[in-house]
Design a protein. Sequence first.
Length: 94
Amino acid sequence: MMMTMLPYHVNDWHTLLTATKPAEAMEKKEFSGTIDLLMTTIITPEINGYDLFEKMTDHYQDLRLLFIGYTGNIIALQVGLDDGVAFMLKPFTM
């Protein structure tokens, strides 16, 4: 995860919020705008990425989830995640 303390204005439609751990991500619930997408790994300090997503949806009901990792499909089968969860498998290039 990247470490940035302030929202990064990407363009007129998007602002990027970053966090180094789940507790910091939970603080983003105080963000005055809408959060549309949570990009995380499933294994994070403190709580797993899916539990973080569930906590964030208490405040942002339309939040979507994108897991980034090496073994997304295997992890999904092990934890029984919904079919609607998206994965971006590493390595990838932009």
